[in-house]
Every structure is written in C-alpha cells, then in structure tokens.
Design a protein around this ligand. Structure first.
Ligand SMILES: [Zn+2]
Length: 224
C-alpha cells in the first residue's frame, strides 16, 4: 500500500510517500503495481527500495558517449521508447545519447562510494542513490547527454539549457517524465536533475504528470 505521509524536517512540513509491504497482499494496488503492464509506475526513492528486480528485463544498448562503458543498457520497453525519443531529438537538431542508464548492483554502489569520496557525503546524499534505492538499477532511468560539435556535454553545462527545456517539453510524448523537477526537491529528496528521465510505461500517464507539474510521488498519492 502506498500512503502519503506528512512529516517535519527542520521545522517545515514535508510530504513523503510510504510503501507498506505488510498490507500489500490485501491491496489490489500492489498487484497492479507489479503486474507486467503497470510495473513501470513502481516507486523507487530514498524511502522505497526496489523489491522486484526480476520483473525488469534488461536489454543491451550501446551508447556512443565514449565515457559510457558499462551502464547504457536499458529495460526492454524503455529501450524502445528511448530510441523513438532519440530519433525525435535528432530530427530537431539534438544529438542526444545515454550518459548512464542501467546500473547493475555493483556499479550503483561503486558510483555512490566514488561520489561520496570525491564530493563528500552531503553531495552524495542529494545526487546519488544508495544501493537498492535507484531507478537506474531497474533500467527505467536514463541520464541524457548531448553531442555538440564533437564535444560531449552533460550535467549542468550552461549550453545544455535549451536542450533540457526541449526535453522537458517533449519527453512525455514518449512515456518519459523529468523525475526530479525544479522546486520539488523536498518531495523527491533529490536536487533538480534536468537530465534524468524516467520511463513510466504510458504516454498518457507521462503527459498527465508533466502537464500537472507533479512528481511521481504526488501522482501516485493523488491516484491511489
Ligand atoms: Zn540519473
């Protein structure tokens, strides 16, 4: 069962979402969420770890981004949607690629530890997920980068602003949402990440989420 919970942090009232596995059997929502068609709405965040790795079939994808060696594979339907989105972006002058997508267990842990030692715990806590708590471990999330005049751009490079705006405007047409939007940091517990798109399995649902400017947490709270 998914439940909206309010809690206090540093004096302000925040909204979070709690998954209650102990009452999942009686709750049709649980079956619905892990069913083959709706599994794409699974909620993975800092409070809700991955429960069903085996539901997601990972297929190979080769990114042209030279630094991406081990983590460009994707969940099978996410891969189909990504190729369509990538073609659309190309038609509009954006040579987009995968900077990071599916991360096998060992890799997620490695990335977290690396960033923690490079940038410190505080930074790691707001940008990276711990092992078992990342959508990247299901192959449903993609960090997008861009090739421009033989240069590869990623992250918060200023030149990427128009691309991120374009991506935000159109990604839902392919079933993706911007998972960590600006202004929703207190709900997602992640800083704004314009490059991180999440496949939700349905163009209709993606469009609804993006049009309403809500997070996946808020969407699930409102619907169920
Ligand atoms: Zn990401």
């Amino acid at each position: 069962m998914i439940e909206a919970v309010e809690y206090k942090e540093n004096g302000s009232l925040l909204l979070g979402v709690q998954f209650h596995p102990e009452i999942e059997e009686e709750n049709p929502l649980f079956d619905w969420l892990v069913s083959s068609t709706k599994k794409y709405l699974t909620l993975v965040n800092r409070e809700n770890p991955i429960k069903y790795y085996e539901n997601y079939k990972i297929v190979p994808y080769k990114s042209k981004y030279p630094k991406c060696q081990r983590d460009s594979n994707l969940e099978e339907n996410t891969a189909i949607a990504w190729k369509k989105l990538q073609n659309f972006l190309k038609e509009n002058g954006y040579n987009a690629e995968i900077e990071s997508a599916y991360r096998p267990k060992g890799l997620q842990e490695e990335i977290y530890n690396q960033i923690k030692s490079d940038e410190g715990t505080d930074y790691a806590e707001v940008y990276v997920a711990k092992l078992g708590y990342s959508e990247h471990e299901l192959g449903l999330a993609i960090d997008v980068c861009l090739q421009k005049n033989e240069l590869w751009l990623c992250g918060f490079e200023e030149e990427l602003s128009p691309f991120y705006t374009f991506l935000e405007e159109h990604c839902s047409n392919f079933g993706f949402i911007i998972r960590y939007p600006k202004g929703k940091e207190q709900i997602t517990k992640y800083n704004y990440e314009p490059w991180h798109i999440r496949y939700v399995g349905s163009i209709e649902i993606a469009k609804e989420i993006m049009a309403k400017h809500v997070t996946l947490e808020e969407y699930l709270c409102e619907k169920y």
